[in-house]
Design a protein around this ligand. Structure first.
Ligand SMILES: NC(=O)C1=CN([C@@H]2O[C@H](COP(=O)(O)OP(=O)(O)OC[C@H]3O[C@@H](n4cnc5c(N)ncnc54)[C@H](OP(=O)(O)O)[C@@H]3O)[C@@H](O)[C@H]2O)C=CC1
Ligand SMILES: O=C(O)C1=N[C@H](C(=O)O)C[C@H](O)C1
Length: 311
């Protein structure tokens, strides 16, 4: 695959712009009806990579199966599901709207996977981590809403197996995270003060709020502010004036929105709003597949999408 230029050696904003154009010019537009493998990362894979999809019958799992099955460098060897899922036994390819793969949905853990790609539920995460360690399998973990104990467990697991963990696998979202950090650095001391609020919009079926991505936006922005940032979730009643050191979060649940984040930088007299929105779920699925390929040759450790995307 083509080599991507890292922005690290260049001046920050110019570097990011150069990088995104060089990246997008190498990428392929994907739609749910025409699965195409992600092409925006180089990889040096010499062998076919065996992929297991955890949460394979879900909204995301199906798109991962569809895109991975269209990639000549990948083989979907397992489609793991809940042991009481009504679809157990059905073919993962049929379910995902691609050709029959002869991979039935199963709650059994596979023995031949090189990398597990997880889009499931927090209740499924403990077993997933334990099984990846037991089978010495790399793990791309995308599920959001984990408990602190599960995050600790994941950090411990990263001492034994390679893990990519990110609340958003999307290229555009991760680039936007970098941009919002740069904006925060430029505006943090603006006369009159800077108010930062994060509005996220997702489909009505989403189980956790605010989104993992919104929380990560907030943490990354807070890293560029003075200590003592307060993370405020919604507002109601007699709240008093907004405090200077707050980051506000607002979770909107509407229809079938596959994910949208708006970061508002409010000042006296003007404001900036940065919006990043998915049109469909393939930005996440293709990012997770890129992460799996990247991870295949890495030693044990905890990585994120900034590592994968060389940002
Ligand atoms: N990092 C990223 O880029 C993204 C992350 N996400 C996150 O991914 C997760 C999944 O999202 P989405 O696909 O929309 O959700 P879905 O609810 O559609 O899919 C989750 C799937 O996991 C299955 N599952 C439940 N328990 C287990 C188990 N023990 N073992 C294996 N599978 C299990 C569910 O089965 P059942 O129905 O039987 O419970 C379901 O099929 C969410 O946390 C979401 O926030 C989503 C998009 C992008
Ligand atoms: O549940 C979803 O759909 C999504 N969840 C992730 C999150 O919580 O950040 C990522 C994406 O926004 C879609």
């Amino acid at each position: 695959m083509d080599e991507v230029t890292s922005p690290r050696s260049e001046e920050p904003v110019q570097g990011l712009v150069t990088w995104i154009f060089s990246t997008l010019s190498r990428s392929t537009c994907v739609t749910p009806t025409t699965p195409v493998a992600p092409t925006y990362l180089k990889n040096n894979m010499s062998e076919i990579l065996n992929i297991a999809v955890h949460g394979a019958a879900g909204r995301m799992g199906r798109r991962v199966v569809a895109l991975a099955s269209a990639d000549p460098l990948l083989k979907v060897v397992a489609a793991i599901e809940n042991d009481d899922n009504a679809l157990l036994g059905q073919d993962a390819g049929d379910l995902s709207g691609v050709e029959t793969l002869d991979v039935p949905l199963s709650s059994q853990w596979p023995t031949d996977a090189d990398v597990v790609i997880d889009f499931s539920l927090p209740t499924a995460i403990d077993r997933c981590i334990e099984q990846c360690i037991a089978h010495d399998t790399a793990l791309v973990i995308a599920t959001t809403g984990m408990t602190d104990a599960q995050v600790d467990k994941l950090q411990q697991a990263a001492k034994i197996i390679p893990i990519v963990w990110a609340p958003s696998m999307s290229l555009a979202v991760n680039l936007t995270m970098k941009v919002t950090q740069q904006i925060t650095e430029k505006l943090r001391d603006v006369p009159g003060g800077l108010d930062i609020e994060i509005i996220e919009r997702h489909h009505r079926y989403k189980a956790d709020a605010p989104s993992g991505t919104a929380l990560k936006f907030g943490d990354l922005i807070a890293d560029k502010l003075d200590d003592g940032t307060r993370h405020v979730h919604g507002r109601e009643g007699h709240t008093g004036q907004r405090q200077r050191n707050e980051i506000g979060y607002h979770a909107v649940r509407v229809g079938d929105n596959p994910g949208e984040h708006t970061i508002v930088f409010g000042m006296l007299g003007e404001r900036i709003e940065i919006n990043v929105a998915a049109s469909n779920r393939d930005c996440y699925a293709s990012g997770a597949i890129a992460a799996a390929k990247w991870l295949a040759e890495k030693p044990a450790g905890m990585y994120d999408m900034f590592d994968v995307l060389e940002m």
